[in-house]
Design a binder for this molecule. Structure first.
Ligand SMILES: *Cc1c(COP(=O)(O)O)cnc(C)c1O
Length: 398
């Protein structure tokens, strides 16, 4: 088998897709699947969005790659648009989420260093977090299953229970630089931090001279019905990591920061060969056109309501299969009352795609362009899946 030539790092589903159209994926054998996984919250404006495809093709005919040795107008344009739309004053472009986090971590440490506090390099993180798979970000995430066998854990990450303010306070020392949190833990099982918690973290950071870093790699770019999830809370970070939905499927990430937080990042302190590549900038700007268009985020919130009502009704009717419904906007979690792998398989059999998460949760992360009709179609498929899991259970106990 040709796949033997690949690293064995992924346990892949035996599905081969050839084409995408909006919220649909079409397999090599011509079967249509409703894609509510969206490449794990990546294809934010759906597959093959004409405006985004057009922007990529247009840029492809001009220039693909330059280098950060030169000025890149596309970077300036996209950075200006991102800072206009957020708390931030400065942007560094990356190719992935983990790199956006690396930049965020380096920015926070370098800030403390530049203020005369090189000893302040520790970052407080939270149990259940996921920040990527680089050596620093697996240390930040603190999950044993990702750390095992890769040598000593990178120093400087102190983990406390999610939502525990007292633990945060007691973890602060004179070596602490920052606090890093996902406003909603995605991989961890769609676990939202409360608005009060995020606001309290902001206050603690201000009190102790720490920087607040939000990882909005999964929650950002309209996923929760606001451009960024923290906007729901009223708490604003100093630094924010963004990726996934920002490129709509093109490898793109960004680290956003206030001018003050980014003040330690002088010429030569950081870099990336591909980061801010003209193709990525053209696509990123086109994706932003769609997400910032009048009424787009309202539509995300409206469709979210259709999902939430439908999911609540399913939970009522299938309490033996669905234990709980979680999430915000179109970052939805179905906590299974059976092993989630069984429900996920049944969902796939119904030609609906979701994404596994921790805590026995299946994530539904449809493209943000999903319509109410498509949402209802997905709910109908989920119901068929729940029905078939129930039937299999009855058969087993009979
Ligand atoms: C996916 C994800 C990352 C890592 O992004 P990569 O592009 O896979 O490096 C980091 N943080 C969060 C919250 C994520 O969901």
């Amino acid at each position: 088998m040709a796949e033997a030539a690949l690293y064995d790092t992924y346990s892949r589903a035996p599905l081969r897709f050839e084409r995408g159209e909006g919220v649909w994926l079409i397999s090599e054998t011509g079967e249509r699947y409703l894609d509510f996984g969206a490449g794990v919250a990546v294809t934010s404006v759906g597959h093959s969005h004409p405006h985004v495809v057009g922007a990529l093709k247009e840029q492809a005919d001009k220039v693909w790659h330059l280098s950060n040795i030169y000025e890149i107008p596309g970077q300036e344009t996209l950075a200006k648009r991102l800072t206009d739309a957020t708390f931030a004053d400065k942007v560094f472009f990356t190719n992935s989420g983990a790199e956006a986090l690396e930049c965020a971590i380096k920015t926070a440490r370098r800030y403390q260093f530049s203020k005369g506090h090189p000893e302040r390099f520790h970052i407080i993180t939270f149990e259940g977090a996921f920040h990527g798979r680089t050596l620093a970000t697996i240390a930040a995430g603190g999950q044993e299953k990702y750390l095992e066998g890769f040598g000593p854990k990178a120093p400087g990450f102190d983990q406390v229970p999610f939502g525990d303010l007292d633990a945060v306070r007691s973890a602060i020392t004179n070596e602490t630089a920052a606090i890093l949190i996902e406003p909603i833990q995605g991989e961890g099982g769609v676990r939202p931090a409360t608005n009060e918690f995020l606001k309290a973290l902001r206050a603690i950071c201000d009190e102790h001279g720490l920087l607040l870093i939000f990882d909005e790699v999964q929650t950002g770019m309209g996923r929760t019905g606001k451009l960024f999830a923290h906007e729901w809370s009223g708490a604003t970070p100093d630094i924010m990591a963004v990726a996934k939905g920002i490129g709509g499927g093109f490898p793109l990430g960004a680290c956003l920061a206030t001018a003050e937080a980014a003040s330690g990042m002088k010429a030569g302190t950081h870099g990336s060969t591909y980061g801010g590549n003209p193709l990525a900038m053209a696509v990123g700007s086109a994706v932003l056109d769609v997400i910032l268009a009048e009424g787009f985020l309202q539509q995300v919130r409206d469709v979210s309501l259709v999902f939430r009502q439908g999911l609540a009704s399913l939970k009522d009717r299938y309490p033996d299969i669905i234990e709980d419904i979680k999430g915000e906007g179109l970052l939805l979690g179905v906590k299974a009352a059976v092993p989630s792998s069984e429900l996920l398989q049944a969902i796939r059999d119904a030609h609906l795609l979701g994404v596994p998460a921790g805590d026995n949760v299946i994530r539904l992360l449809p493209p943000l362009v999903v319509t109410a009709d498509e949402a209802r179609e997905g709910l109908a498929r989920l119901e068929r899946a729940a029905e078939s899991v129930r039937a299999a259970k009855v058969k087993k106990t009979a």
